[in-house]
Design a protein around this ligand. Structure first.
Ligand code: GLU
Length: 226
């Protein structure tokens, strides 16, 4: 089992995400990574095979600013454990980043359909197929990341917990689950996301457990919408 962490609020997201990844290490993993949107709207993704320490070492001296981000410890199911297959994965245009726990059973059918539309893939993962599908839906339906995730979950068969950020909307994280756990911690003007409550309890005791089929829209400074 692997892990998801997310943060949106006023603090430096990187610190909370790394601390959260350490808290989830007990679940087992082979690689890890973070995606953070900085104040200028750049989406910075750092990932590394091996321990979270390797990720921290890799990220040293890089731009770690920003107060919204998602992070992941991976247990490879589709593609070998390496830096490229590590999460977060990015959409073709670089606009959407996503972390995913679980497996997407119909990923090869979806991948072929997206390839036929001109999408290319850099990793061997099922996850990259899902993030490309979300971007494809956003572009063809001209809709928000939430609407695209909602539509994508109708087309995806499998087990997943996901967290998604959109570079063009640095005030929102979308989270969804089907057969893989996901918990949201509600703080003062901040939200925490994690695969279990372990990374969250040091910040808040208000937690919301997502149910199967639910999608959460986590907007900065607004009430949680599920
Ligand atoms: N199936 C995805 C992959 O192989 C996610 C694995 C996981 O749950 O960590 O990258």
């Amino acid at each position: 089992m692997c892990g998801i962490v997310g943060y949106i609020g006023q603090r430096r997201a990187y610190d909370i995400l790394i601390q959260g990844l350490h808290r989830l290490e007990y679940r087992g993993y082979d690689s890890s990574g973070v995606a953070i949107i900085n104040e200028e709207g750049s989406l910075n993704i750092y990932k590394s095979k091996g321990k979270v320490e390797a990720l921290e070492h890799y990220a040293e001296n890089k731009d770690l600013s920003g107060n919204i981000g998602i992070a992941h410890t991976r247990w490879a199911t589709h593609g070998e454990p390496n830096d490229i297959n590590a999460h977060p994965h990015c959409s073709e245009s670089g606009r959407i980043a996503m972390v995913h726990n679980g497996t997407i059973e119909n990923y090869s059918v979806l991948k072929e359909a997206l390839s036929n539309k001109g999408y290319t893939f850099v990793s061997q993962t099922d996850t990259e197929v899902a993030v490309q599908l979300i971007e494809y839906i956003m572009q063809t339906n001209n809709c928000s990341a939430f609407e695209a995730v909602k539509e994508a979950t109708k087309r995806i068969v499998g087990a997943y917990a996901i967290a998604v950020v959109d570079r063009q909307n640095p005030n929102t994280i979308i989270a969804a689950r089907q057969s893989s756990p996901l918990v949201i911690g509600v703080g003062e003007d901040e939200y925490f996301i994690a695969s279990d409550a372990t990374p969250i309890i040091e910040y808040t005791n208000k937690v919301v457990y997502l149910n199967d089929g639910e999608i959460a829209v986590i907007n900065r400074g607004e009430e949680l919408k599920v």
